[in-house]
Design a protein around this ligand. Structure first.
Ligand code: TTP
Ligand code: MG
Ligand code: MG
Length: 359
């Protein structure tokens, strides 16, 4: 069926499952600008600090142009003159996020995936989805005075990709019928779930764009990435969603890993670990999950690696409690320079009254 609908085709009945991914633009900084208009148009970054050390959580486009990016150490960022640095006010951002997502619930079935993004599932055609997106953007601007971008497509991974192309402050549609053509020239690193590590491996095989994937030997890819990751990658490259998202499914664990800008001592990684714990805790909260086991994994400068875990005797999704555990675990790491640091939560279960005993 032809999915392009022009005015003339308007009476064709189309009823697809469509996904809108709404993601707020430079969210924490935008929250700051909204309550202090004198910041508008200036380069601004929000940071989080533990003691003397800090990391950049996000920056607006003016600051990004000057090289200030998420994850950068505050000391390095501060060496760039003319940037305004603001200490993170998590309570304010979370309150704003809650208000935005309560409002978005009115537009369709909502799946919040992080502090500043969520999918809205609708049935209809792309024109209807586009009009809805325009109305959402306008409403968020009027009610919250905040910019956002919206990606529209036929599954979650493609809506997420569309949103990348919508940024900043735009709407971008990828129709199923255009997806193959569109994907060809997309960089593999932009595919959902393809991180830095996979990108490096792919680049080493000469794969930079999605189309390059189809010209290499699939068995070579499988030997480098494993069967599961390579089959996922091929599905993504074809515009399909391999994640078979199921709201009722409880993952065994959730984790995140960061390659440090430069090798650091364990005393120097706490603020990064904090932001990782914070990110994972919000993922737990969003999915109504609690965890009792925290794992910290370090890859050292000599590529040796170490993994340390601790299980609480209760379940929680409170980032403060989980960070306390992570801090103790970091303390147990070897006294060697660290290249990469990972944090994981396991022993997950749905948040119930029962799991909150001893909370
Ligand atoms: P993002 O949506 O990834 O980034 P953003 O909203 O700042 O910018 P963009 O316009 O590109 O979407 O993340 C949402 C918020 O989460 C961000 O404002 C700050 C926080 N965050 C961290 O705390 N640490 C991080 O490493 C990243 C990437 C984001
Ligand atoms: Mg965002
Ligand atoms: Mg986001």
């Amino acid at each position: 069926m032809n999915e392009f609908v022009s005015g003339a085709d308007y009476n064709i009945k189309e009823n697809y499952n469509l996904f809108l991914l709404v993601d707020m633009d430079y969210f924490y900084v935008a929250c700051e600008i909204r309550r202090n208009k004198s910041l508008e148009g200036k380069p601004v970054a929000v940071f989080h600090a533990v003691g003397e050390r800090g990391a950049i959580l996000t920056s607006n486009y003016e600051a990004r142009k000057m090289g200030i990016k998420s994850g950068m150490s505050l000391s390095k960022a501060r060496s760039v003159p003319g940037v305004i640095f603001i200490n993170a006010d998590m309570d304010y951002y979370l309150k704003t996020s809650n208000e935005i997502f309560s409002f978005l619930k009115g537009f369709g079935e909502l799946e919040q995936v992080s502090v500043d993004e969520g999918f809205i599932l609708i049935k209809g055609n792309y024109e209807k989805a586009y009009e809805l997106a325009e109305s959402i953007k306008q409403n968020i601007k009027e009610k919250f005075d905040l910019p956002c971008s919206i990606g529209i497509s036929y599954n979650r991974v493609m809506a997420k990709l569309a949103c990348e192309f919508a940024k900043p402050n735009g709407i971008f549609v990828i129709r199923r019928s255009e997806a193959q053509e569109f994907l060809k020239d997309v960089e593999v690193s932009k595919l959902y779930g393809v991180g830095e590590k996979t990108t490096k491996i792919l680049n080493s095989l000469g794969v930079y764009k999605v189309k390059d994937l189809f010209s290499i030997d699939p068995s070579l890819l499988r030997s480098k990435l494993g069967d599961k990751a390579s089959s996922y990658l091929f599905l993504l490259a074809k515009g399909e969603d391999p994640y078979k998202y199921n709201k009722e499914e409880i993952p065994k664990s959730i984790s995140t890993i960061n390659t440090l800008e430069k090798d650091l001592d364990k005393e120097e990684i706490l603020e990064i670990v904090f932001s990782m714990v914070y990110e994972l805790s919000s993922e737990l909260q969003t999915n109504n999950l609690v965890s009792k086991t925290v794992t910290v994994r370090a890859v050292y400068e000599d590529f040796d690696n170490q993994s340390v875990s601790f299980s609480l005797n209760f379940y929680t999704n409170d980032y403060k409690k989980l960070f306390e555990v992570a801090k103790q675990l970091v303390n147990k790491l070897d006294n060697k320079k660290i290249r990469k640091i990972g944090v994981g939560f396991s022993n997950l279960k749905k948040l119930t009254e029962e799991s909150l005993k001893n909370y």
